[in-house]
Design a protein around this ligand. Structure first.
Ligand code: HEC
Length: 266
């Protein structure tokens, strides 16, 4: 073994480099991640998921949902829309001006100059920022996903294949827990021709007791159990749906800003 030391040194270098790339670098990037302030608010983001939703993440993992669904909204950039709030004292001048200006889908500079010109004519304007990109256009989220979205999750269920839609914002998009439960039991009862597999074992089909369960699914005839029987979600199904309800990508942050379509707080 003439070259023993050289071999040792090369192996040590390879191990050290990969440790640096796979452990140290991610730790330096994300290890210090913590709650961040919400844009235009005194709130912080994120809050830990409620207990049942945290259990639901484990059900999501155990059932391989991440094999077909991602939880990461992508974004190309932002666009600004200038919106007139009040025409002011000289409405005809403002409306003449508006007719000549482009007001939607602007970059920062054009938005600024358009709102300056309208303000100079006496109009009151607001500039709204919105995220752009194909995921946003599909309604999958109001902004791109950020590391903070997953701060309290273990494991993080990012997914990499999109057989089904991205679920990062599904709690906002499909907020009805009963829809979610029925969809898990029988996807085709709600989405014609769906290729999502039914997750029947998360439900119990049982004889109706003295009174029907208030949790029993309200299934269309084609999917309903035999007369005298009812389909009731098991705790796993309830947890999974609580998790789906907790998936939101609709909080504006400093590193992912946008103007919420409706006021955040009523
Ligand atoms: C074999 C791939 C596959 C697996 C596994 C899968 N899904 Fe789906 N999922 C789909 C497809 C395809 C759709 C679109 C059709 C539909 O809505 O049924 C979908 C739709 C959805 C929707 C509706 C989303 C929307 O925006 O319309 C939700 C919610 C959902 N899946 C949750 C789950 C959960 C939770 C699991 C795990 C228990 C799961 N899926 C497992 C393929 C899959």
């Amino acid at each position: 073994m003439k070259n023993g030391f050289v071999i040792f040194l090369s192996v040590a270098t390879v191990l050290l480099l990969s440790w640096g790339a796979l452990v140290l670098a991610p730790q330096m990037q994300l290890g210090g991640a913590r709650q961040v302030p919400v844009l235009n608010s005194t709130d912080v983001y994120p809050l830990a998921r409620p207990g049942t939703a945290a259990q639901g993440l484990q059900v999501y993992r155990a059932n391989g949902c991440a094999a077909c669904h991602t939880e990461q909204v992508q974004q190309d950039g932002v666009a600004c829309d200038v919106v007139l709030l009040a025409a002011g004292k000289n409405p005809s001048a403002v409306s003449n001006l508006l007719a000549t200006l482009k007001l939607t889908g602007l970059d920062e500079g054009s938005a600024l100059s358009a709102s300056d010109r309208i303000a100079a004519a006496g109009g009151k304007v607001e500039t709204r920022i919105r995220a752009t990109g194909s995921d946003i256009a599909r309604g999958w989220g109001l902004r791109h996903s950020v590391a903070e979205d997953f701060l309290y999750d273990y494991p993080v269920a990012l997914g990499s294949l999109r057989v089904g839609p991205d679920l990062a914002d599904v709690g906002r998009r499909l907020p009805d827990p009963n829809w979610q439960l029925q969809h898990l039991y029988a996807p085709r009862s709600l989405v014609k021709g769906s290729v999502m597999p039914p997750f029947r074992y998360l439900f119990e089909t049982r004889k109706i007791g003295a009174v029907p369960s208030p949790d029993a699914l309200n299934l269309p005839a084609e999917f309903a159990p035999a007369v005298g029987y009812e389909v009731v979600p098991k705790p796993e199904a309830q947890q999974l749906v609580a998790y789906l309800m907790s998936l939101h990508t609709d909080v504006p942050l400093y590193n992912a800003p946008f103007t919420p379509p409706a006021p955040l707080k009523p």
